[in-house]
Design a binder for this molecule. Sequence first.
Ligand code: GYE
Length: 324
Amino acid sequence: MKKILALVLALVMVSCLFVTAHADELLKIGYVQVGHESDWRMANTQNYYDVFTKEAGFELELIDCDNDHARQLQEVRNFITKDFDYIVIDPIQEAGWDDVLKEIQEAGIPCIIADRAVAASSDLYTTAVGTNMTAEGETAGLWLEEYLAGKAAKILVIEGSTGSSAAIGRAEGFNKVAANHPEWEILASQDGDFTQNGGQAVMEDFIKRFPEFDVVVCHNDNEAYGAMDAMDAAGIKYGVDGKIIISFDATKEGLTRTLAGKILCNVECNPIQAVIVMNVINALKAGEQVEKFTLVPDEGFCAPGIESAIVTTMTDEVLAARKY
Ligand code: GYE
């Protein structure tokens, strides 16, 4: 009996040891997330929780910085103090990162910039993963060029959060195409903060100020929903037989509205980025060289009945396959 007890005790001790050793081996990942402003963001957050699991060898601390740049810097500094193994930053703003990036470097912690970009020397971080926001803006512009086929248009823009690389890139890409079209007039461009409420408020203001317009470019789907609410309330028609709405993100709800012919063009920005970030981290851990930038590819979509050489025409199948 005693022998059995001793054996059981020994087994319990060994398994305890194993569990602690295992817990020690988990890589501590600190992720400073932008906020919870959009469906895109929620999908991105969920994706990190799904991928960076204990089973996969990670302990993830994801902080929702609620679009507060100063808070985001502070949270990164907390990760440094707590000596995290890897720091992942999704920068709310493009500017203002030099000091904190140097501090991460001095602490010897590898740093990954994810989704949005920083306006800092790439020597200051280990690697970056993200989409090409300028290319997204250009795709939207090229689709409009194709759709209008030389017709004049008055354009309103509801921008993403001021100072974010997503808003800067999308505006830059779209404006590059617009510069070739003297028959296009951009009437106004205003910050809707990537939210549905923001999009609605800006659109209500636009409707009062501009009785005539043809196109509304929204920097994300949630802003587009807000703009649609404002137009519905004002009795303004949009879609195939009304104002042209262009959006970005191509979330499931956004593409549902593209399939329904309401958002005529929707340029994808893929929020499913955590696996790529995880692969980069695993490669770094294994001592492998990683690229300075890993591109997350994306494509554009337009409403059924529109033929395009720039984007894919929406179908039920595309919508059914959409995970976010
Ligand atoms: O388009 C928007 C989100 O950084 C690409 O941020 C991302 C943008 C996305 O809130 O919906």
